[in-house]
Design a protein around this ligand. Sequence first.
Ligand code: DLL
Length: 431
Amino acid sequence: MFQPQWEAMSREKLEAVQVERLNAVLSKVHERVPLYRSRFDESGVRPQVATLDDVTSLPFTVKDDLRSQYPYGMFAVPRRDIVRVHASSGTTGQITVVGYTRTDIDNWADLMARTFASAGATPDDVVQVAYGYGLFTGGLGAHYGSERLGALTVPISGGNTKRQVQVLQDFGTTILACTPSYSLLLAETAEEMGVDITSLPLRAGVFGAEPWSENMRTQIEQKLSITAIDIYGLSEVLGPGVASECSEQHGLHVNEDHFLIEIVDPETLRPVEDGTYGEVVFTTLTKEGIPVIRYRTRDISRIIPGECPCGRVFRRMERVSGRTDDMLIIRGVNVFPSQIEQVLTGIEGVAPHYQVILGRKGSMDTVEVHVEVAPDTEFDEIRELEEMQRRVRSEIESALAVSIGVRLVEPRSIERSEGKARRVIDQRGDA
Ligand code: DLL
């Protein structure tokens, strides 16, 4: 553990710290951020809590709130105390800006050092940071954490995949930080270059920023001969470093000394029991630049009940299976692309590269999954290809209880991504 004094403290002490920090942050935003002041005052809420349960009486914050205050309206400190900004990666609409004070950057480095340490990293490691550097939080977030841990940090950023493979080889990289989909592109490129990636010193990957399934993990671990660790975060709350898996690979420990997690029913917005799925909501406890109160992430997860054998006190959230905005409703059944992925990546003969195409026929919406045939699969006859297509279809149907069109496509014909993969292509035009 990087900070055992926090990560393995008693639950009782942790909760006392949370209440104290929550009250400090509530006073601060009430005093300094007009949006929070008017919202608290209008709903007659006193910006103080006696217990953690009282947090449920506070109003929620959503992405549109941050957008409405673009760019600097949510800052809880004078502009001159902000030393860095990042922006969220939203593909549509106004971007949202987040600001960090020097203390925020310092805490973030600690939290990302925790993340690397929980993946087993030490100062002896060589960490290749292939998340994008820039307004996206992945690159610089991982960079500061890796340096804080004392590892040799290679700030290569995303892209230029052949050079990445060269660096993996020449620099003796032991830990790779990038999106899970990009790790597959690296493996594929290494193979094309005639490099046996499994024989390199690479031993672990710290992967996140997009949903990925358990079967995808298995495939990545096999192809790269590494341990793949899931890491989670979002710019509005911090960036990476909000939660990460330990070597148990069973749920992501939420850094609860810095973030209060709630899981709520996305319809009623009432808290759900531990173990039940719902929307993840975070309140920051230490952020100075932009604290957020009950921020609705739109990510779906649940708290995994019980303690983790690793000894960390922080509760675990399950891997994020998807976002409420990415959920497909296919003839009344709710499906996340990652569930389709879980099925596809369990079938021999297809590659872990796929896209879900939304279309329209007349007044009907259509859904078709395009998935690549594995490069070493050969079909002598069309009939075999059709047979395979039928098999994929029926596996999806039996696992998810929806029937979706399936089209097998040529190896390497689906667009590869150097950052977050685009899994859903909406061709409905007016949608
Ligand atoms: O993606 C921060 C990050 C960078 C996390 C590097 C991990 C590694 P945003 O660009 O603001 O921030 O996107 C945040 O990405 O709300 C989730 O929907 C999704 N996401 C992030 N990590 C995971 C994960 C960064 N491990 C949004 N599993 C979040 C599933 C994830 N989804």
